[in-house]
Ligand binder design. Structure first.
Ligand code: SAM
Length: 264
């Protein structure tokens, strides 16, 4: 696994990206997923987007993740949705995608590259496996300022991310070799995030995940430490006691970056 934070998500069966359903919809539309025969979801996590694509389009989907445990959740979600036969799940690293050049009509990646130091190579790999004329799209968080406050830097560090600014993403995207590039940037809104995540993942799944959180907290001291460090990084204390730190969360934005691989 890549970080304690992702380990914790894999144990609980929850993953996320900023922006929820509207952000994913924007990404899928810009990458013309409705017209695709085969789509790759890089870092598919618990499989929400892979399952949605398989359920709502005619495309076959490949969900790839470095974590076997995440792939296990994707498998379960695909079975529950009745689309397991339309999704291939594969263990692999975005830095070395196990596919031939030019295979996919669309290559998508949501909230994965924030955890990867060599973003240039990851983008090059995604472009490599897209077919000529196919689409590549990412939804990634960014820092609003080059030098974040110590609290924000601590939160980013505690999640095991290597976060960069929007300008740095723009530069990486400009160097990707993709054409018809778009970059859309949004500020994070904590309230919308909570509601959006619920809608994106679905209430039954969230309730089961919360039951796992309670069980893990009660029974596994190392997991308890991870939950606590996350809660500490994301809250602030004043005389009224601890509360979620809006000041920390609004220091992030998210960008939807898309582009088309030049036709051969
Ligand atoms: C924050 S989760 C996002 C998952 C999903 N895309 C979503 O939007 O919910 C990040 C995912 O990326 C996966 N991941 C991290 N590093 C990776 C890498 N180098 N290659 C492939 N997947 C990776 C993690 O295992 C995890 O499932």
């Amino acid at each position: 696994m890549t970080s304690d934070f992702l380990d914790m998500q894999a144990a609980v069966g929850i993953t996320k990206h900023i922006g929820g359903v509207p952000a994913s919809r924007m990404l899928l539309e810009a990458c013309h997923v409705d017209d695709a025969n085969e789509v790759l979801d890089v870092g598919c996590g618990i499989g929400v987007e892979a399952v949605r694509i398989a359920s709502t389009t005619n495309a076959r989907v490949v969900g790839l993740d470095v974590s076997d445990r995440m792939l296990g959740w994707s498998d379960r979600r695909a079975r529950e949705a009745g689309v397991r036969d339309r999704i291939d799940l594969l263990r692999g690293d975005v830095l070395e995608l196990p596919f031939v050049d030019g295979r996919f009509d669309a290559v998508l990646c949501e909230s994965v590259l924030a955890f990867v130091a060599d973003k240039e190579r990851a983008i090059a790999e995604m472009v490599r496996v897209a077919r000529p004329g196919g689409w590549v799209g990412i939804n990634e968080a960014f820092l609003l300022t080059e030098t974040p406050t110590p609290r924000v830097a601590e939160l980013a560090r505690s999640m095991g991310t290597a976060m960069i600014t929007l300008d740095a993403w723009r530069a990486l995207w400009a160097a990707s070799g993709l054409e018809e590039r778009t970059v859309r940037a949004f500020r994070m809104e904590p309230g919308r995030e909570v509601r959006g995540r619920l809608r994106w993942i679905g209430l039954p799944w969230v309730l089961r995940a919360w039951a796992r959180v309670i069980r893990l907290y009660a029974t596994q001291p190392e997991m308890r430490a991870v939950f606590r460090s996350q809660a500490t990084a994301a809250t602030e204390k004043d005389e009224a006691g601890p509360r979620p730190s809006a000041a920390v969360w609004v220091s992030f934005g998210f960008g939807i970056l898309t582009g088309r691989k030049p036709a051969a």
